[in-house]
Design a protein around this ligand. Structure first.
Ligand code: AMP
Ligand code: MG
Length: 328
């Protein structure tokens, strides 16, 4: 039997179908691309409403399965943008009622951990979750996934996107900055903002734009921003590993597609005798398969919600979500 999962926390509308051995049988995604500037929650939600029904059909088709085989319908309950979450939740409720299948709420951040955990085969890794809206170091301890460190202002991806738009580019900034950074030659001094296991990016954004106004070229800026921001993330990941006495790291989030970040975290982890695993990009970015897989785990552990109590939770905290599928 399979679980169908719906992801719609931010830009991405996605439907995944996953079996009880974490095989991704079907995955269909569609990304909202703002015409200019950053994401507008209502516009993104309208996009999701439009594409989700088609994505459900495509995912079922790719999985060569039918609604009869779907055991439960999982959806990302939070955290995320309210209108976007509601679009996905509404489709999930509708399918749950129409197919008479239980509805399973899933925390988006926990889903990033669980898909990376099962793909890596690592039992108890720490997750560096680096995406547009979220930047967190997460580890399991005493019945919950705990946020050990996080951004104190914007997510690292959000920072990269804002910077790139400020430099005259278009969303998404992360991949464009990665490309531009290959031509960078000089490492410019930028604010390096690590506070214990937390990080902050707004100082680097202001400083980078100020350097650009004074004539710094884009390749040097891109290179310097990558080296500085990813060093910060590598440092807090290492500190979390040291404090938790762990030696395995998995990656998640759109920014975790970045080659330099992967290499830096890999080098750090291996220098400690540990292991780093980055999922394939399609499962690193927001996707319905991670919601479906976490839905499998949750459903088998007895987690379901009645439709009338399935409200989305835009600010749902990772460490408030019970994880009864994990032995204590
Ligand atoms: P997510 O929020 O997980 O959907 O990821 C979207 C974010 O990932 C955006 O902020 C992108 O700029 C960023 N991103 C995607 N690919 C890369 C990359 N190769 N390097 C850095 N950032 C990236
Ligand atoms: Mg995400």
């Amino acid at each position: 039997m399979v679980v169908l999962g719906i992801e719609s926390t931010a830009h991405t509308a996605s439907v995944g179908i996953v079996d009880d051995e974490a095989r991704v049988l079907g995955l269909a995604s569609d990304f909202y691309q703002p015409p200019s500037g950053g994401i507008h929650p209502r516009e993104a939600a309208n996009h999701h409403v439009e594409v989700l029904p088609t994505l459900v059909g495509k995912a079922l088709e790719a999985a060569h399965t039918s609604p009869k085989e779907v055991e439960a319908v999982a959806f990302a309950q939070g955290p995320g943008l309210g209108p976007c979450l509601r679009a996905g939740a509404t489709v999930a409720r509708m399918l749950s009622l129409a197919w008479q299948r239980p509805l399973v709420p899933v925390n988006h951040c926990v889903a990033h951990v669980e898909i990376a955990r099962v793909l890596s085969g690592l039992d108890d890794p720490l997750l560096l979750y680096a995406s547009g809206g979220n930047t967190q170091v997460i580890a399991y301890a005493r019945r919950r996934y705990r946020v050990l460190g996080e951004t104190l202002d914007v997510g690292v991806g959000n920072f990269l996107d804002k910077l790139w738009i400020g430099l005259g580019g278009r969303f998404p900034g992360g991949p464009a900055i990665e490309e531009e950074a290959r031509r960078g030659q000089e490492l410019l001094a930028l604010p390096y903002s690590v506070h214990g296991m937390d990080v902050a990016f707004s100082g680097m954004l202001t400083a980078s734009l100020a350097l650009h106004a004074k004539g710094a070229n884009r390749p040097d800026l891109a290179y310097s921003v990558e080296v500085t921001a990813y060093s910060m993330l590598t440092e807090i990941t290492e500190r979390a590993l040291a404090h938790r006495g762990r030696n395995a790291v998995v990656l998640g989030g759109g920014v975790a597609c970045n080659g330099r970040l992967r290499e830096m975290v890999r080098a750090m982890t291996e220098s400690r005798g540990g292991t780093m695993f980055g999922p394939p990009k399609s499962l690193c970015v927001d996707n319905g398969a991670m919601i479906a897989w976490t839905g499998q785990l949750a459903f088998r552990a007895g987690v379901t919600t009645p439709v009338e109590r399935s409200a989305v939770q835009p600010r749902q905290r990772t460490d408030l979500v019970p994880t009864p599928w994990r032995p204590d």
